[in-house]
Write a protein that binds this ligand. Structure first.
Ligand code: ZN
Length: 361
C-alpha cells in the first residue's frame, strides 16, 4: 500500500467519480458521433452488446487503482508489476478485479438484501466471450504507454476511412460501412473505435467545459504531486511543475493530436474541439497573468518574464490556427444534417434507456 488509509479513501472516491465521468463521456462521444444508430435493414455501427461492453469497461477501467502509475509500480518492484511481468500492471489488474466482481455467482448480503454481481448471468457463451473481448481490449488500451501508437493508428484510419464515413453523416449511405457488419475487418475496426472512445474519455478533461476541466485538472495534479512525494521517499526524484504549464503541455502534445484526428474522422464531434481550444486559451491566459507574480520566477528579470509571456502568447496563437479546421467540420456537419433530413433515410435512433445527460461536452 502506497498511501495512508484516509488518503486511500479519498482516492477511491475520486476514482469512483472518474469512473462515472468516463462512462458518461464514452456514452456522449458515441452519441455525438452517432455510432449508436441502427438502420431498419441491418445492424448499427456498434452492436447493443458492444455498447453495453464499452460502458461496463468505462465504469471498471480504473477499479482498485492505487493512485500511482505503472512506472512507479515497476520501479518499486511492486507485486502487481511482478504478477504482470511489467506489462500494463495496472490495466491488467483492473480487468482481473472487474471480472472477479462481474463473474461471481455468490450472492452478497448488502443492506439486508441479496445482491447478484454477475450481470452477465443470462448471456449466452458467445455473448459472454464477445463482451469479454471488447472489455479486455478497451481497458488494456487505456495504458498511456500505447497513446502515441494509438495516435498513429488513428491518423491512418482517418486517411483510409474518413471520407467514406462522411457519406453516413450526409445521408449518402445508411451505414458506416467500415464498421457495420459481421466480417472480421469490420469487427476489428469497431474494436479499434471502441478502444479509442474509452481512451479519449479517459483523457477527456481538456475537452470538457472549462469549469469541469478546471476541477479535474486540480485533482489530477494533486495526484501527480502525491505520487511525486512517494517517489522521493523511494529515492526517485521528480520535478513538479506549474499547473497551467502542465495543462498547456498535456493539451498541446498529448490530447490535441489524438482528438483533432478523431474529429476529422467523426466531424459531428467538433464541439469537443471547441471546448479544447477554449480551454487552451484560458489556461494560457491564467499562466500569462501568473508569470509577473510567480514566486518560482522571482530571480527572472522583467525582460525575461516578458519573453516568457510572449512564448505563451505564441503557443496560443499557433494552437488557435491549428484548430481552425473545426469551423469546416462544423459547417460540413450542419450541411450534412440538412442533406440527410432531405433524403429522409430509413434510420431510427436507438437511445440507451434512462441515461440522463447532466452536461454537454
Ligand atoms: Zn482512468
Amino acid at each position: 500500500m502506497f498511501y495512508h488509509k484516509n488518503i486511500l479513501i479519498l482516492i477511491h472516491i475520486i476514482i469512483f467519480k472518474h469512473a462515472v465521468d468516463v462512462c458518461h463521456t464514452s456514452y456522449r462521444l458515441m452519441m455525438l458521433a452517432q455510432l449508436n444508430t441502427v438502420t431498419t435493414g441491418g445492424s448499427g455501427a456498434m452492436t447493443s452488446l458492444e455498447i453495453l461492453s464499452l460502458l461496463i469497461a468505462a465504469l471498471g477501467h480504473d477499479v482498485e487503482h492505487p493512485a500511482v502509475n505503472n512506472g512507479l509500480l515497476i520501479k518499486s518492484k511492486h507485486a502487481l508489476a511482478f504478477q504482470h511481468n511489467d506489462k500494463s500492471p495496472l490495466e491488467n489488474m483492473h480487468c482481473v478485479v472487474l471480472y472477479e466482481t462481474l463473474s461471481t455467482t455468490v450472492d452478497h448480503t448488502w443492506n439486508g438484501k441479496k445482491v447478484e454481481t454477475n450481470i452477465f448471468i443470462n448471456f449466452t457463451e458467445s455473448q459472454w466471450r464477445d463482451a469479454r473481448k471488447v472489455i479486455l481490449f478497451s481497458i488494456l488500451g487505456t495504458d498511456m504507454a500505447h497513446h502515441f501508437d494509438q495516435v498513429k493508428k488513428t491518423q491512418l484510419f482517418n486517411e483510409l476511412q474518413s471520407e467514406k464515413i462522411f457519406h453516413y453523416y450526409s445521408g449518402d449511405s445508411h451505414t458506416i460501412e467500415c464498421l457495420t457488419g459481421t466480417g472480421k475487418t469490420e469487427f476489428e475496426n469497431r474494436l479499434f473505435i471502441i478502444e479509442l472512445l474509452l481512451h479519449c474519455s479517459d483523457i477527456s478533461n481538456p475537452f470538457k467545459p472549462f469549469d469541469i476541466c478546471e476541477k479535474w485538472a486540480h485533482l489530477v495534479v494533486a495526484e501527480f504531486f502525491a505520487q511525486g512525494d512517494k517517489e522521493r521517499e523511494l529515492g526517485f526524484d521528480r520535478n513538479t511543475t506549474n499547473l497551467y504549464n502542465i495543462q498547456l503541455g498535456f493539451i498541446e502534445f498529448i490530447v490535441a493530436p489524438l482528438i483533432s484526428t478523431v474529429i476529422h474522422i467523426f466531424p459531428p464531434l467538433y464541439s469537443i474541439g471547441e471546448n479544447m481550444n477554449n480551454n487552451f486559451i484560458l489556461w494560457g491566459d491564467k499562466r500569462i497573468e501568473e508569470i509577473p507574480i510567480d514566486s518560482k520566477l522571482s530571480t527572472m528579470t522583467p525582460e525575461n518574464k516578458q519573453l516568457e509571456i510572449g512564448k505563451i502568447q505564441d503557443r496560443v496563437k499557433k494552437f488557435k490556427e491549428k484548430m481552425q479546421f473545426l469551423e469546416t467540420c462544423k459547417s460540413k456537419t450542419n450541411e450534412a444534417a440538412i442533406n440527410k433530413k432531405n433524403k429522409k433515410p430509413k434510420i431510427s435512433s436507438m437511445e440507451i434507456s434512462n441515461f440522463t445527460l447532466n452536461y454537454t461536452i
